[in-house]
Every structure is written in structure tokens, then in C-alpha cells.
Write a protein that binds this ligand. Structure first.
Ligand code: AMP
Length: 425
């Protein structure tokens, strides 16, 4: 079977040229399926994991339709396409993609999000744009102030709908829907499809086609995974040891809370490992700064909370560490999907303390595989589940749990922790 090319998808020359510049040769499955549907003017329900190439899947057809629209006023541009996405980082990422794919098609876009002054954003809006990428709060705010009118919207994209609901944006979205013209093409993307999401999609989409990209084969399969059972107290030492022995060019460490993320930065700094944190309590500038240092390779380790990490797109991300195991199984898939994006493969290492053991069961059920457990490491907590049942305060039962091995970290003679992996019994 020969692979389809972008040319086979009937894309116009300016877009093909931009894709060559980007270095894309073939469309990903979601692009191959969605682009013809969207160029046809049909609504789309896209069920796709992160890293599948879904941004280009919606951006390219929108750019092409705008480019071919003879009535588009290029002197006084009106917002024709609106993309709503839950996080600032994701919004910036999407806008960057529109700029790249649309650079030869005379398409102007801008991005708006909260947490920064609005002046630069309203100036860009005043100059006129064809495409607006926005997070919900700032969008409604600027609409309320009269800077944004949605009367001319022809294309509406709701991105990462499941995350949008998790973040409590449902009322904002419902409010927004009342302001959109009824006649429009609507695109709805979500990584997961619980009932609440299906219901929301029905409010947004007209007659639609559905594109599902391997729901049973999450990114998990492309990523080499490993897990350490470790006590809460030993997590810092284990992290330092792993970062040293893996020596990855780029590592993204996930912490459950903002406070936790800052704590990890401090403990790494004590171990002389430079790291920066990215989370909602940081100013937008600090977040952008941490992100660009990470992308440029100036900082090798970035600590993130789930929300802040949604938009991180680092093509060569080598390693993801789940310092805290997420209690929502889908989050695990989102997190490890940060590595192994597009065609790259990656590694994901997870730490699991006593209290997190039940989460692991949910994760393994979702990904339909067992995460290989590393047993041969000084900081491994060797107690079995059966030994800890009935403990009232499991985390306290761990205090005096010394590492079983006498080997000191880093002196094991085996530089690559990864190779110590053993199959679980
Ligand atoms: P997304 O799922 O939109 O976040 O895209 C995931 C990653 O795949 C991004 O780094 C994109 O730049 C990249 N990508 C998207 N489409 C293609 C393609 N057709 N070929 C190679 N890489 C791609």
C-alpha cells in the first residue's frame, strides 16, 4: 500500500509549499481522513489522542477554504475562523501552526489568552484577522468589551473538549455557542468521549462525520514505559538518580500540584540539576520563558502540572517522568503522549507510591497492558500490596522503609537504569 501524499489531498500550492518547508512528507492518519471531509464543508467529530497531528488536520482545510474564498476582504479582515482551546500554551501552539501553514496564503491570525495585559491582543484584533485562536475566559471578556464580534464566523473549532470540561469551562462554552452564527462549519475534537462530551458535541455539530484514530491503541504503544514502586520519601532521590543515569537531552517531569512542581525544582537544584517549572501560578512570561529555554535545549528538565503541559510540543522530547502518578487514567496517556509524538518514539518512567497503587490498576485497564516494573533499584519499595492492606495511614507506614539494596545510586555499575528493567511476576 502506497502512502498518500499531501498532493493527493488536493491542497493548493501555497499550503503544499508551507508543508515542504515544515518537512512534512505524508499526512498522518487523522489528516488523511479529516482533510477531505473538511474541504467538503462537512462538520467533523474528531476523536484523537494528542500527538496525532490533529492541529494540521483542522488548520490546513480552514486555511485552504479561506484562501479560495474570493469574497474575503483583505483590507478590513473579519474573523472568519474561531478556534477555542483550553490552555494558553495550546492556544499559542495552534496560532503558530496557522502562521506556518498559512504563510504563503495571506492568512492573518492572532491568539488571545488570559493572564497577560490585553493591549497587544486588542491591537492585533483592531488590525484585523481572519483566524482567531482563543482560550474561553479571555474570549468572553474581550467580546464583552466589544473588541470581538463573532457575526462573520464560518469555521468554529472546539479543541480538547474533554479537557475543557475538566477545567470547568462548560458554562463559558455554552455562552459562546449562543453568539455563533447558526450557519457555520463546526469541528469538535476530544481525546476521550465520555457521555458529557457526546452531549456537548451534539449541541455544536450539525450533520457530521466522525473520525476516530485508534481509540484502543493509545500513544502508550509507541512509548517505552517503565514503573518504579517507591515510597513518597524516596521519590526525590530516585528522580535525581534517574535524571543522572538517563542523561536525556530533554525530560518532562509531571507533578500533581503547582506546589509539588516547585518543590521538585528546588530538590533538583540542590542536586545541581537545572530545571524550571511551568504551571498556572507562574506569570505568562515566566511560562513562556521556561518553555522556550526547554525547547532551545538550555534547560534539560522541565517540571509541569497537567494543565500547563497540555500545549507543550517539543519534537524531540526524550523522556517523560511521572513523579506523581495521575489519578485519572486518561491523564497518564496524555502525559506519556508528550514523548513519542508523530513518528518519534520515547520513554516514560512512572513513580508509584503506596497511595497511588490503585491508580495504576485504572491506567493498566485503560491502556490494556501492564506497565513493566523495575525491581532492581536501591529505592524500590519492595512491599507487596497484600502486605499493606489494612494500613490506616499508608504513607506513614513508609517512613522507615530503607532501601533494600546496599548499592548506592549511581554506583551500581550500570549507567543505564532503563536496562535494569525486569518483567513483572
Ligand atoms: P498535534 O497532534 O497537532 O499536536 O501534532 C503532533 C506533532 O506532529 C507536532 O509536532 C506536529 O508538528 C507534528 N506533525 C503534524 N503533522 C505532521 C506530518 N504530516 N508529518 C510529520 N509531523 C507532523
Amino acid at each position: 500500500m502506497t502512502l498518500k501524499t499531501f498532493k493527493d489531498l488536493n491542497l493548493v500550492e501555497p499550503i503544499l509549499k508551507a508543508l515542504v518547508t515544515k518537512g512534512y512528507t505524508n499526512p498522518t492518519p487523522i489528516q488523511e481522513k479529516s482533510i477531505p471531509i473538511l474541504l467538503n464543508g462537512t462538520d467533523l467529530l474528531g476523536c484523537a489522542q494528542t500527538g496525532t497531528g490533529k492541529t494540521a488536520a483542522f488548520a490546513i482545510p480552514i486555511i485552504q477554504q479561506l484562501y479560495l474564498d474570493e469574497h474575503r476582504n483583505k483590507t478590513h479582515r473579519k474573523i472568519k475562523a474561531l478556534i477555542v482551546t483550553p490552555t494558553r500554551e495550546l492556544a499559542i501552539q495552534i496560532a503558530d501552526n496557522f502562521t506556518e501553514y498559512g504563510e504563503n496564503a495571506d492568512i492573518r491570525n492572532t491568539v488571545i489568552f488570559g493572564g497577560v495585559k490585553q493591549g497587544a491582543q486588542t491591537n492585533a484584533l483592531r488590525r484585523g484577522v481572519d483566524v482567531l485562536v482563543a482560550t474561553p475566559g479571555r474570549l468572553l471578556d474581550l467580546m464583552g468589551q466589544g473588541f470581538i464580534k463573532l457575526n462573520d464566523i464560518e469555521y468554529f473549532v472546539l479543541d480538547e473538549a474533554d479537557q475543557m470540561l475538566d477545567l470547568g469551562f462548560i458554562h463559558d462554552i455554552k455562552k459562546l455557542l449562543t453568539k455563533l452564527p447558526a450557519k457555520r462549519q463546526s469541528l469538535f475534537f476530544s481525546a476521550t468521549m465520555p457521555k458529557s462530551i457526546v452531549e456537548l458535541s451534539e449541541k455544536i455539530l450539525g450533520k457530521y462525520e466522525r473520525v476516530t484514530i485508534s481509540p484502543d491503541k493509545p500513544t502508550a504503544e509507541k512509548v517505552e514505559q517503565a514503573l518504579y514502586f517507591v515510597s513518597k520519601e524516596d521519590k526525590p532521590k530516585l528522580l535525581v538518580d534517574i535524571l543522572r543515569s538517563e542523561d536525556a537531552a530533554s525530560t518532562l517531569v509531571f507533578a500533581r500540584t503547582k506546589h509539588g512542581a516547585d518543590k521538585v525544582v528546588r530538590l533538583l537544584s540542590k542536586a545541581k540539576i537545572t530545571a524550571q517549572a511551568i504551571h498556572g501560578n507562574k506569570s505568562q512570561n515566566a511560562r513562556q520563558n521556561a518553555l522556550s529555554n526547554f525547547k532551545d535545549g538550555k534547560t534539560k528538565v522541565l517540571i509541569a502540572t497537567d494543565i500547563a503541559a497540555r500545549g507543550i510540543d517539543v519534537s524531540q522530547l526524550e523522556l517523560v517522568v511521572n513523579y506523581d502518578l495521575p489519578n485519572i487514567s486518561e491523564t497518564y496517556v496524555h502525559r506519556i503522549g508528550r514523548t513519542g509524538r508523530a513518528k518519534a518514539s520515547g520513554k516514560a518512567i512512572s513513580f508509584c507510591d503506596l497511595e497511588e497503587r490503585p491508580y495504576l490498576k485504572g491506567i493498566e485497564k485503560l491502556i490494556k497492558q501492564q506497565v513493566p516494573v523495575i525491581k532492581d533499584h536501591p529505592y524500590v519499595d519492595t512491599r507487596k500490596d497484600s502486605e499493606i492492606v489494612g494500613l490506616k495511614k499508608p504513607s506513614q507506614g513508609n517512613r522507615n522503609n530503607k532501601p533494600k539494596s546496599n548499592k548506592k545510586p549511581g554506583q551500581s555499575g550500570n549507567k543505564n537504569v532503563w536496562n535494569r528493567r525486569k518483567p513483572r511476576n
